[in-house]
Design a protein around this ligand. Structure first.
Ligand SMILES: *Cc1c(COP(=O)(O)O)cnc(C)c1O
Length: 360
């Protein structure tokens, strides 16, 4: 068996220790004679798995008691609808459009009320984060929405927008657990786990309790009401049991690594290796304004589409997978999530140096 360095944007690399542990427990979970995939979500064994996962996540993110943690299905995209359905009491919300995912959420919200574009970086192909320190924010907005790390374009909000007292809702799919966060600054933090936490099929929603109520838009499906899910502790119906179990293992892995402070340091070190090289390279260059660079997703180009394709093909042959940029932007993108080891980034940079010499 040989494992590649997997730079996929998602589903993405998971810690090898977690995969090994899951493999060991695959057919017989800790002596209960069955796989986690095969057991009732109402069983005592599973109850411990989901409760421990929640407790570990709470500890890692320092989630206050007045926030609920929900493990749901439907991916991040389902939340594009669930958020307005649950939170758009005045039928008006503000969106900061910093990439495709934010744009999709913005467009979805328009189906439920007035969605106002508060700022956008579409003018420069989403290669930067707009200044959000003093936006013109209408008083009657129900919330301000951001996509905190833009997976496709490789930008990250280094400072949260000044919402002028409005509720902040944030999609953190691709930066979840990559660094410490102050949960109290948000009304809702949510993300699909397949970027940085676990297998596709789970979305985690962290929501302030006072935002959970029966006062939702008419026609909101029972399953999409946060109250339904919160009242049932994420067990209203069958949850994505196996996915949650893997997430729980990843939470423990992060705790063992030293928690989110340590994760941030690890991620900064890795990103620096790649960005430093991009800054000095004569062939490759990063596509994002420096101060807005993501620690997780690093897009870069040579400036020549044929050479980009050659690079991606040769990299693949050398064991560096999934470096092709998103189909809408071209070039390359290295996603270097929590589970990407530092050696993976070092090896990639060594390969890029060699490619640069050969193609000078
Ligand atoms: C991948 C991604 C999504 C979409 O996630 P799905 O789970 O496929 O719906 C949304 N937002 C961000 C920031 C993403 O990276």
């Amino acid at each position: 068996m040989s494992r590649v360095y997997n730079f996929s944007a998602g589903p993405a690399v998971l810690p090898e220790e977690v995969l090994r542990e899951a493999a060991d427990e695959m057919r017989d979970y800790r002596g209960c004679g069955m796989s986690v995939m095969e057991m009732s979500h109402r069983s005592k064994v599973y109850d411990t798995i989901i409760k421990e996962a929640e407790a570990d996540l709470r500890e890692l993110m320092n989630i206050p008691d007045n926030y609920k943690v929900l493990f749901l299905q439907g991916g991040a995209s389902q939340q594009f609808a669930a958020i307005p359905m649950n939170l758009m009491k005045n039928r008006k919300a503000g969106y900061i459009v910093t990439g495709q995912w934010a744009k999709k959420a913005f467009q979805e919200a328009k189906m439920y009320g007035e969605a106002v574009e508060l700022a956008s970086s579409a003018d420069e192909t989403f290669s930067y984060i707009p200044d959000c320190s003093d936006l013109d924010i209408p008083d009657d907005l129900d919330y301000v929405y951001i996509c905190e790390n833009n997976t496709i374009y490789g930008t990250k909000f280094k400072e949260l927008p000044n919402t002028k007292g409005h509720l902040l809702v944030s999609d953190v799919s691709s930066c979840f657990l990559s660094e410490p966060v102050d949960v109290t600054k948000y009304g809702v933090i949510y993300g699909g786990v397949q970027k940085n936490i676990g297998p596709a099929g789970v979305v985690i929603v962290i929501i302030r309790e006072d935002l959970i109520s029966d006062d939702v838009l008419p026609g909101t499906p029972t399953m999409l009401k946060y109250k339904t899910q919160a009242d049932a502790d994420s067990l209203y119906n069958t949850p994505p049991c196996y996915g949650i179990y893997i997430c729980g293992k990843v939470f423990k892995w992060i705790k063992n690594m030293g928690g989110l402070e340590a994760m941030k340091k690890h991620n900064e070190e890795k990103a620096k290796i790649l960005y430093d090289f991009l800054d000095e390279s004569k062939l490759f260059k990063g596509t994002v304004r420096k101060e807005d660079r993501s620690l997780m997703n690093v897009p870069f180009v040579t400036g020549d589409a044929d050479l980009d394709a050659k690079f991606v093909a040769e990299a693949k042959a050398a064991g560096f997978e999934n470096l092709k940029g998103h189909r809408t932007v071209g070039g390359m993108r290295a996603s270097i999530y929590n589970a990407m080891p530092k050696e993976g980034v070092e090896a990639l940079v060594a390969f890029m140096k060699k490619f640069e010499q050969e193609n000078a």
